[in-house]
Design a protein around this ligand. Sequence first.
Ligand code: 13P
Length: 287
Amino acid sequence: MLVSAKDMLVKAKAGKYAVGQFNINNLEWTKAALLTAQECNSPIILGVSEGAGKYMAGFKTVASMVKAMIEELKITVPVALHLDHGTYDGCYKCIEAGFSSIMFDGSHYPIDENVAKTKELVEVCAGKGMSLEAEVGSIGGEEDGVIGKGECADPTECKQIADLGVTMLAAGIGNIHGKYPENWEGLSFETLDAIQKLTGDMPLVLHGGTGIPEDMIKKAISLGVAKINVNTECQLSFAAATRKYIEEGKDLSGKGFDPRKLLNPGFEAIKATIKEKMELFGSVGKA
Ligand code: 13P
């Protein structure tokens, strides 16, 4: 069932668990994510970066694939198809393509411009029954060409954006896309606590879910995080399983070169990573 992310996140925030956003890259990724969500009876958000959308031939291809897969795989759990770190233009392309949710990442604009553009998109999304994620304070590291310094968001700016009526709010709290460096200082729970106090019921979003220790994930959820994004970790599991298959020479024996066989260990590895995260985030059985 393709839905906006609103209800699933309101329920998650109230129930003190988080819904995972898992970024997709191709058909195998999408199928792995949808089947795992169904098996875990968990809501799921499929994240699509602008780079991944382009790679998959465009947002319309992605939306058609996801909708058809939900039907043909008989997926009954709530699924949101969400643009990740969208530009202003990218948001409109996804609205047109039939996504059910978008993120407008205006964190690199001066706050007044972020507010103005977010406000406009709140109205457009409301008219279409879509959910909208906004961002304050950039997330560190690099994801598909989106580079952030990794700053802590200003809680009063978070309140300003939350008050516009967005569905969920991503706020930088020292989190980083990709692997965390050895000398990472950890999440700033002080910032998160201050943001949650000012934004009340607003579901907060934790980007850079790869490599955050379990205790920090649990603490973040207890402080109002209701959506956690995971991308790199599925890529690493897929790559490691594919590498093992090839290094063991399995592609050279019999029909092991058949793409359906060659990609299967990576597919299963993505499924295992998503299941592990759903269990950690507490969304299993919450569909
Ligand atoms: P990771 O790649 O660090 O898991 O981050 C994913 C993310 O935040 C997508 O927006």
